[in-house]
Design a protein around this ligand. Structure first.
Ligand SMILES: Cc1cc2nc3c(=O)[nH]c(=O)nc-3n(C[C@H](O)[C@H](O)[C@H](O)COP(=O)(O)OP(=O)(O)OC[C@H]3O[C@@H](n4cnc5c(N)ncnc54)[C@H](O)[C@@H]3O)c2cc1C
Length: 408
């Protein structure tokens, strides 16, 4: 595929990594990376953490600023793609310019799901998805202020932790029974709930916002049980919506994400989709899965680049992500719907490891301040290893050694 023009729409994690992978793997033709944000491609994980805690010391660019020039990648920033013409093989920018392509990669990511009732309040209401959102929050998160967070998913909890560290008084409102229930087993969700409460966060579970108003002294939210909370600012994080509009208008197959096969190929042979926007069907008959993680964006970037270049595919990976909150580095890998969990160590008492079994097979692992065990855990999960629960629970056994001891 040399000497062809590859266009990548979306200059976020997946887009920037696709461009880099294409060059690294030998693509010599033109590569154009188009992003509607004005910033050089940046990583989002620091936005809820270090970018708020220590902005001056935090750098979140994905590549050094001169990387794109050095690798002959044309970066078009601050301009959206308005239309794709699959027949003509062109994309049209919002300023009317049309660019031809031979292969197209859609890396348009996702946007914060909106809550019109809160948006209607105007100033003081925030979401967190972009660097500009984080910059706006830096001015809001001042010691002594009252912050209401709506949604106790990963971003809501990370923000709660960050805001407490910065000296704010924090309330969290969540409709589910426990925080982070969508992405973690119950025992971890209970532990996180208790940990945030110990740090002074007021957690309102099984609650939703039924009314919102501006008062003389702040923003007032009325909850479903009648509780009235007042804050100086509200940040809500109630999930994301994949940015599929362009793909849908072009006629690509879309269903809560741009549908792809295991190699990130969409319903059109010239077009790929990667990252948060891609709903990947790993094998025929399996439901499409959309993953919203940093690692998935990097992984799919490599898959798409390899497929475009006709190179063999990299080995499958065990899905993994991390979150940092309350001084804890929590890493999660595999299938969080495991039937039962073995706890190595004790949650809340130093480093701890949770191992999830389905039947006799190891299918998931969670490390709490014990990231060095994650590599071995992933190897065991990839092989769906069957290991005695007593051995898994034994703190003297390194998972890496258990993995090495398995028959080849
Ligand atoms: C605050 C925050 C914290 C996070 N923390 C973690 C973490 O700790 N661990 C973890 O694993 N993951 C974390 N994530 C998730 C991770 O950052 C995402 O999964 C990852 O950024 C997805 O990359 P992407 O390139 O698919 O999408 P994005 O990063 O959203 O990039 C898509 C880009 O495409 C642009 N775009 C969209 N439409 C167009 C168009 N028509 N024309 C041009 N450009 C367009 C968008 O504006 C955006 O810049 C976090 C996310 C957030 C928001």
């Amino acid at each position: 595929m040399s000497n062809t023009g590859i266009i990548i729409i979306g200059a976020g994690q997946a887009g920037a990594m696709t461009a880099a992978q294409l060059r690294q793997l030998g693509e010599t033709g033109r590569i154009t990376l188009i992003g509607d944000e004005a910033h050089v491609p940046y990583e989002r994980p620091p936005l809820s953490k270090d970018m708020l805690l220590q902005p001056a010391q935090t750098r979140c660019a994905i590549h050094p600023d001169d990387f794109y020039q050095q690798h002959d990648i044309t970066l078009r920033l601050g301009v959206a793609v308005a239309e794709i013409d699959l027949q003509a093989r062109t994309v049209t920018l919002a300023d009317g310019e049309a660019l031809p392509y031979t292969r197209l990669v859609l890396a348009t990511g996702a946007s914060a799901r909106r809550l019109p009732m809160l948006d209607a309040l105007g100033a003081g209401v925030h979401t967190l998805r972009t660097l500009d959102d984080a910059a706006a929050l830096q001015g809001v998160l001042q010691a002594g202020r009252r912050l209401i967070l709506v949604g106790a998913g990963v971003i809501g909890l990370e923000l709660a932790s960050t805001a407490v560290d910065l000296g704010l008084r924090v309330a969290v409102v969540e409709s589910a029974e426990l925080p982070m229930m969508r992405a973690t087993p119950r025992l971890l969700a209970e532990f996180l709930c208790a940990t945030h409460r110990e740090r002074g966060v007021a957690l309102y579970m099984r609650s939703s916002v039924v009314a919102a108003a501006r008062t003389a002294t702040g923003l007032a939210l009325t909850l479903s049980d009648g509780t009235c909370l007042e804050g100086d600012a509200v940040v809500y994080g109630i999930g994301v919506v994949p940015n599929t509009g362009l793909a849908q208008a072009a006629g690509l197959a879309v269903d809560n994400g741009i549908l792809t096969d295991a190699q990130c190929r969409t319903s059109h042979p010239d077009v790929y989709a990667v990252g948060d926007v891609a709903a990947c069907q790993a094998a025929p008959g399996l439901p499409p899965v959309r993953r919203e993680t940093w690692e998935n964006a990097n992984w799919q970037a490599e898959l798409a680049a390899r497929d475009i270049l006709g190179l063999p595919l990299a080995q499958n990976i065990v899905p993994w992500y991390w979150t940092d909150q309350c001084g804890l580095n929590i890493q999660l890998a595999g299938d969080m719907s495991a039937d039962r969990w073995i706890v190595r160590g004790a949650l809340g008492a130093g480093p701890c490891l949770l191992l999830g079994l389905s039947g006799a097979e190891l299918v998931a692992a969670i490390t709490v301040n014990q990231g060095r065990e994650m590599r071995g855990a992933k190897e065991l999960i990839a092989r769906r290893a069957c290991i005695e629960p007593a051995v898994l629970a034994d703190t003297q056994q390194s998972l890496r050694n258990l993995s090495r001891a398995l028959p080849a």
